[in-house]
Design a protein around this ligand. Structure first.
Ligand code: BDR
Ligand code: CA
Length: 314
C-alpha cells in the first residue's frame, strides 16, 4: 500500500488526480493539503471540501499557504482562464461547503504525518511547492523520513506554459521549488515534457463516464471548461492530465523513463521559474550553486496511452 499526502490546488486536473488517488486500491490517502495556485487559497480549499463531500473522501484536509514562501515576491497569476473563475470549470460550486478541515496548517500536518509513519509516506505535490518548503524549513529532518517526493512541475528541454521557460507550479513560487529540489530526499519530477504528451480527449472521458460510476459524471462536468481551454488556446484535441500523470508515476514508474542529476530553479530575472537539470557528471563545480546538490530524477519519456489506461482503470 502506498501511503500518500496529496498537496494540491484544485484545479480541474487536480480534481481528476484526487479521484484517482481516492479510488486506487493500492493507495492509502493519508491527507490532502491545499495551497494557493490555480485560484486563491480560499477557493482551492473550498474546492477540496466540495470534492471530498461529493466523492465521500474521508482523508483529512489541511489548509496550506496563501502566498509565496518569500513574502517580498507576489504571485497574483491565478489560472482562472484555464480552470474557470471557481477553479472547477465554473460548474457552480457553492460559496462555502460544510466539510471539516484539520486544525493544523498544512506544513505541520505534513511534518506530523511523516513523523508518525517514518519511511513510509510519499508526498505528491501538484501545485506551488510552498507547503513542502515550509515543512522542510520548520523540520529539515523530515527529508530523511519521507519515502519519496513526486512533483508535477517544471519544463525540461522545452518551453514553459506561463513564460517561454517556466511552468506554472514552479513559476508561482520558484524559491519554494528550489528548496524542495535541493533537499536530501528522493524527488521525481513529472514535468510538462511528459504531461503535455498525456492528452485525454473528450471522447475518451465520455467513454470513461459511460462505463464508470457516478463520481465520473461530476469529473466530466467540471472538465468541459478545461477541455475548451486546451482546444481553443493551445490547439490540443483534449486536455493535458498533468496532475494525474504524476500520480500514475507512483504506481507505474515503469511507464516513464527518468534521468538523474541535480535540479535548480532560476529565482528572478527573465528566466524566473526556469528549471534546470545538470548532467550527473560527478564534477563538483566548487563555489557555485551546484556544488554538493543532491541528484534528483526528471521524467524524460512516457507511454501516454498506458498512463491514460491506468487512470481509467482506477
Ligand atoms: C500545472 O498547473 C496547474 O494549472 C495544473 O493544475 C498543473 O498542476 C500544469 O502546469
Ligand atoms: Ca495543480
Amino acid at each position: 500500500m502506498h501511503k500518500v499526502i496529496f498537496d494540491t490546488d484544485p484545479g480541474v486536473d487536480d480534481a481528476m488526480a484526487l479521484l484517482f488517488l481516492h479510488r486506487h486500491p493500492e493507495i492509502d490517502l493519508l491527507g490532502v493539503t491545499t495551497v494557493f495556485g490555480n485560484v486563491p487559497l480560499v477557493l482551492t480549499t473550498r474546492n477540496a471540501q466540495f470534492l471530498h463531500r461529493e466523492w465521500n473522501i474521508s482523508a483529512p484536509i489541511s489548509t496550506g499557504a496563501a502566498s509565496t514562501i518569500d513574502p517580498s515576491r507576489r504571485d497574483d497569476r491565478a489560472a482562472s482562464v484555464v480552470h474557470g473563475a471557481d477553479g472547477l470549470g465554473n460548474i457552480g460550486v457553492p460559496h462555502t461547503v460544510d466539510w471539516p478541515l484539520d486544525s493544523r496548517p498544512a506544513y505541520q500536518f505534513i511534518i506530523e504525518t511523516v513523523r508518525a509513519n517514518p519511511g513510509e509516506v510519499t508526498l505528491i505535490a501538484v501545485g506551488r511547492m510552498t507547503n513542502l518548503a515550509l515543512a522542510l524549513r520548520a523540520d529539515p529532518a523530515i527529508a530523511g523520513l519521507v519515502k519519496e517526493v513526486i512533483v508535477m512541475g517544471g519544463a525540461f528541454d522545452m518551453a514553459g506554459n506561463v513564460t517561454p521557460v517556466a511552468e506554472a507550479n514552479i513559476h508561482g513560487d520558484p524559491e519554494a521549488a528550489d528548496i524542495l529540489f535541493t533537499a536530501p530526499w528522493k524527488v521525481t519530477i513529472v514535468g510538462l515534457n511528459v504531461t503535455m504528451k498525456t492528452i485525454m480527449s473528450a471522447d475518451y472521458l465520455a467513454e470513461m463516464v459511460k462505463s464508470g460510476e457516478n463520481s465520473l459524471r461530476l469529473l466530466s462536468d467540471l472538465s468541459q471548461y478545461y477541455i475548451d481551454f486546451y482546444k481553443s488556446r493551445v490547439g490540443l484535441a483534449g486536455m493535458a492530465v498533468h496532475d494525474s500523470t504524476a500520480c500514475v508515476y507512483l504506481v507505474r514508474p515503469d511507464l516513464f523513463t527518468v534521468r538523474g542529476g541535480p535540479v535548480r530553479v532560476v529565482c528572478g530575472g527573465i528566466a524566473d521559474g526556469a528549471t534546470i537539470q545538470a548532467p550527473d557528471s560527478g564534477r563538483r563545480f566548487i563555489g557555485t550553486p551546484w556544488d554538493g546538490q543532491p541528484s534528483q530524477w526528471v521524467c524524460t519519456g512516457v507511454r501516454p496511452d498506458d498512463v491514460l489506461g491506468v487512470i481509467r482503470a482506477a
